[in-house]
Write a protein that binds this ligand. Structure first.
Ligand code: Z5A
Length: 218
C-alpha cells in the first residue's frame, strides 16, 4: 500500500477509554486560540469519531447503543468507516481546504486499535478501507497512553452506565492499548506518546507543547 498524505493542520487525539482525550482537546483548542491563529484568520474545528456530522452522529448512536442484537465485528468496522467516510467528506476536508485547523477526538488509528487489535480483524483489510475511504492521515497524532485499569476507574467514577464498547473486558482493552503503541512505534514521525497517568495539568502541558512544536515546524 502506498503511504497516505499527512496533513499539516490535522491533529488527532488517541488512547484508551478515560485517557483524557476530551479534556486535552479543550486545552489544545485554547492554546491555538491563544497563539492568535484564529485572529490571523484561521478557524479551529474540533470534532470527534465516530461522529462529527449529523449523519455520522446517528451512526455513533447505533454503534454505542445498538439494542438487543449483537453487533458482528465486521458490522462494527464497516459502520466506523461509514461514519468516517461522511465525516471526512462533509467536515474534515472542507475545513482543511478553508485553511482551518482540525482537532479530532479519535480517527482511523482507533479502528486499527479497537477493530484490529481488540476484535482481531485483519489489519490489511482495514488498510484497504483507509486507502479507499479515508485517503489522508493527521500530521500529528497525540497518543494518551494509560494503564487499562486506571482508565476504567476514571470512566466508572464519571458514568455508571457504560456503553456497548465500554462493557468489554480488560483483556480487550489491553490488546487495544498494545495495538496503539505498536502503531506509534511504527510511525514515530506522526505519533507522540504521552504518559496520561500524570495529573491533568501535566498531561495538558505536554500535549500543548507537542502541538506548539508541530505548529511551529509546519
Ligand atoms: N471506536 C472504535 O472502536 N473504533 C473507531 O474507529 C473509533 C472509535 C473512532 C467511543 O469513543 C468509542 O468508539 C470508544 C472507541 C470506539 N469506546 N471505548 N471505550 P469515545 O472517544 O467517545 O469514548 P472514550 O474513549 O471512552 O472517551 P471518554 O470516555 O470520554 O474518554 P476520554 O475522552 O479519553 O477522557 P475524558 O473524558 O477527557 O476523561 C475521562 C474522565 O477522567 C473525566 O472524568 C476526566 O475529568 C478524568 N480525567 C481526565 N484526565 C485525567 C487525569 N490526567 N487525571 C485524572 N483524571 C482525569
Amino acid at each position: 500500500m502506498s503511504a497516505l498524505p499527512l496533513h499539516p493542520r490535522f491533529v488527532s487525539l488517541e488512547g484508551g477509554e478515560g485517557a483524557g482525550k476530551t479534556t486535552v482537546l479543550a486545552a489544545l483548542r485554547a492554546a491555538l486560540e491563544a497563539a492568535g491563529d484564529e485572529a490571523a484568520g484561521s478557524e479551529i474545528v474540533v470534532t470527534r469519531e465516530p461522529g462529527g456530522t449529523p449523519l455520522a452522529e446517528k451512526i455513533r448512536a447505533l454503534l454505542l447503543h445498538p439494542g438487543e442484537e449483537a453487533l458482528a465485528a465486521e458490522t462494527e468496522l464497516m459502520l466506523m468507516f461509514a461514519a468516517r467516510a461522511q465525516h471526512v467528506r462533509a467536515t474534515i476536508l472542507p475545513a482543511l481546504e478553508r485553511g482551518a485547523w482540525v482537532l479530532c477526538d479519535r480517527f482511523t488509528d482507533s479502528s486499527y486499535a479497537y477493530q484490529g487489535g481488540g476484535r482481531g480483524l485483519d489489519a490489511a483489510f482495514i488498510d484497504v478501507l483507509e486507502q479507499r475511504v479515508v485517503g489522508l492521515r493527521p500530521g500529528l497524532t497525540l497518543l494518551l497512553d494509560l494503564d487499562v485499569a486506571q482508565g476504567r476507574a476514571r470512566i466508572e467514577s464519571r458514568d455508571p452506565h457504560p456503553d456497548r464498547i465500554e462493557r468489554e473486558r480488560g483483556a480487550f482493552f489491553e490488546r487495544v492499548r498494545q495495538a496503539f503503541l505498536a502503531r506509534a512505534a511504527a510511525e514515530p514521525r506522526r505519533f507522540r506518546v504521552i504518559d496520561a497517568s500524570r495529573t491533568v495539568d501535566e498531561v495538558v502541558a505536554e500535549a500543548v507543547a507537542r502541538l506548539r512544536a508541530f505548529a511551529g515546524a509546519a
